[in-house]
Design a protein around this ligand. Sequence first.
Ligand code: UDP
Length: 484
Amino acid sequence: DIQKLAAHVVLLSSPGLGHLIPFIELGNHFALIHTHLKVTLLAVTSQTSEAETQILNSAMKTNLINIIQIPSPNIFHLIEYDAAPVTRLCVMMREAKPSIRKALSNMTLRPSLFIVDIFGTESLSIAKELRILNYVFVASHAKFLSLVIYTPVLDKQIEGQYVDQEEPLKIPGCNLVPPEDVVDPMLDRNSVQYEEYREVGNRILESDAILVNTWEELEHKHLQALRDEDLLGQILNKIPVHGIGPLVRQRVSETSEEFEPLLQWLDKQPNESVIYISFGSGGTISFEQMTELAWGLELSQQRFVWVVRAPTKVSADAAFFTTKYFNSGDNEVADYLPEGFLSRTNNIGTLIPEWAPQSSILRHRSVGGFLSHCGWNSTLESITNGVPMIAWPLYAEQRMNATLLVEDLGVAVRPKVLPTKKVVDREEIASMVREIMVVDENMKRNPIRGRVKKIRHSAEKALLKGGSSYAAMSRVVKTITSKS
Ligand code: UDP
């Protein structure tokens, strides 16, 4: 009923589950708390991911938002030249612009607000041309946003590679950033993907406001710095930054019959006794590392659910575009694991090939730990269920996320060396698993668990009426409904 709808919010997501999932959640969030809004998601997807198709299909079934799939731009030339992930994303989003323009200008109900992710910032100009208010939604945290907008400044300040700097990088309002924590595209300043990434930092400043998947209580200091004119506010020049999170998967039903045995197995385990192991939608580890991980789990004597993928020599981030999810190939999981591992751990562990219903697993009462690659969606799914983590960053901004979790928030432990640089051995893995899973017998508690539960509580409060994220969303809705 078009007449009754006050305003139309249009979202644009770029390829990859780490972008698609939070955009669906943002759309659902708008539609659920403000029922008078019409919400449309323009989804640019990669061509290889069955998981993307499944997630889009289940989001369509909920009928909360309209979904328009933008035809996937052809990226064969990029694959041929082995272009880096950020280059691929930016080029795909650039090539999709004519279809995005067409979709936006053909809408019967004129869009009141257009929201893009950081890889879609080139499409902000289309909204400007059509005189539509436009925002950026950063599906990560405020410290990450700080780095993105500060990169053009660092680019002028610093000579040589960032990773070769002897001193940590200084970003106003943030703890010092160790050079090895920079996001992947900053690892090589001579690369095309670095230039693409740096320009995102400039283009974000063309938006009318920025939404971030974080909340005031989690990142008060970072959000304040983004508003403070003596700090990062100077760069943003009055562009408002709203913490509207944590938005995590809720509505999208992800349990299919295939996963019933797993959930039934979890039902039989004691509270918070199982550690869940997964490296996100595309992450993989080497054969050698898989062997150590298997032995480490066995040594820890803890129950586990492990999402196992074939080990790879391809860098973890490239896997994002090359893996065909759900396809375990000709090999059996047992082929990658130490001999006898399956039979020895039969009673305490469950292996899931390729893909698991992650948010249902993390929500389950028997899950008490998560060994994670620290993608921001996974991180939020863990925190909002009060589950402490072992931070095992692989790619993108995950090293920075790991530092935030371990040092700023104290809700995770991490290996002493970067897992991307060196194999983490079985003893260290076993000891980290025990650190987050075992409850101190005298104190009857585990300090990391205590901290993560406090944060879960603050997340719940932020989203409720009267909470900071609720208020921020209401302000956004008020802006668009008053202008419609
Ligand atoms: N995911 C899932 N099952 C899997 C792996 C991932 O449901 O086996 C979901 C996960 O719950 C999260 C998203 O995929 O919502 C991954 O996003 P994240 O930001 O954590 O990492 P990325 O995959 O982008 O590196």
